[in-house]
Design a protein around this ligand. Structure first.
Ligand code: NAD
Length: 250
């Protein structure tokens, strides 16, 4: 498959390594802001890429995805921190679907982390009945990460709040004074080169449970993103991780 890398930082490079190992050709690398416009103006646009894999920054991802959609190039995007623009971007992608636009976005493409999200989603149903077990979320990432809490932590926090009747929302960090039991506490630690750790802690009166996912490197995210790119080719519209996983497992 001919792939374009939009964003060529830590994740762009990791995606390249995995994509080449899986036999794909990298036909374009967009390395800086403004580069995509120029790359789409060439003939063929974006080196003839069949799919673009987008790992840039929160302030760049929406415009990148919109431009790729207008060009009819399916995009797998892993950039986090732009949830406030998601609905608008998805509506535009849907409107350009007959031109070939497609989007699959996930805050975490690592197969292990996707499994972890499903495990937490199931566990939360059981936890809902255990009123005296309190829940919190901790995420640890490398010190270069731009957003906090990260996209996976936000997704986990939303899952926990939706599933637990006793939590009406989440807040980052400890409150001044006593903690409000109605709010899920989410803590983000930025340290060293940690590629990503997420811990859902369940604190009971006499014991504690932990659900934990630890990425050992960026390769897991990259492998998932390349597999998603293989899957999205030939598809159109806004696609969900759930649809992708369903096909992957069948
Ligand atoms: P990075 O800072 O190493 O790389 C980002 C790159 O994007 C930089 O090289 C920058 O020059 C480039 N860039 C910025 N604006 C651009 C634009 N308009 N067009 C093209 N390139 C542009 O960051 P990273 O560690 O590669 O992470 C990138 C994003 O992916 C972050 O939002 C991060 O949170 C997210 N991430 C997602 C997953 C996942 O599985 N979904 C995994 C890891 C990181």
């Amino acid at each position: 498959m001919k792939l374009a890398l939009v964003g060529y930082g830590r994740m762009g490079r990791a995606v390249e390594e995995v994509a080449v190992e899986r036999g794909h050709a990298i036909v374009a690398r967009v390395v800086r802001p403004g580069g995509l416009e120029a790359a789409l103006a060439t003939s063929p646009p974006l080196g003839g890429a069949e799919v673009a894999v987008e790992f840039t920054r929160a302030d760049a991802a929406p415009e990148n995805i919109l431009a790729l959609g207008r060009a009819g190039i399916p995009v797998v995007s892993g950039t986090t921190g732009w949830g406030h623009r998601m609905a608008e971007v998805e509506a535009e992608v849907r409107a350009s679907a007959d031109r070939g636009a497609a989007l699959l976005h996930a805050p975490n493409f690592s197969p292990g982390a996707l499994l972890f999200l499903e495990v937490v989603r199931s566990a939360v149903r059981l936890l809902d009945g255990l009123e005296d077990y309190d829940v919190h979320l901790l995420e640890i990432h490398h010190r270069h990460k731009a957003d906090h809490p990260g996209g996976t932590a936000r997704r986990l926090a939303e899952t926990l709040v939706e599933g637990l009747a006793r939590k009406r929302g989440w807040r980052e960090g400890a409150a001044d004074g006593a903690a409000d039991p109605g709010l899920l506490q989410v803590d983000a630690v930025r340290v060293g080169e940690n590629p990503g750790t997420h811990v859902v802690g369940v604190e009971g009166p006499d014991d504690r449970l932990e659900f934990r996912h630890e990425a050992r490197s960026r390769r897991g995210f990259a492998r998932g993103a390349v597999m998603a790119a293989e899957w999205i080719r030939g598809r159109t519209g806004v696609l969900s991780v759930e649809e992708w996983l369903r096909d992957w497992r069948s």
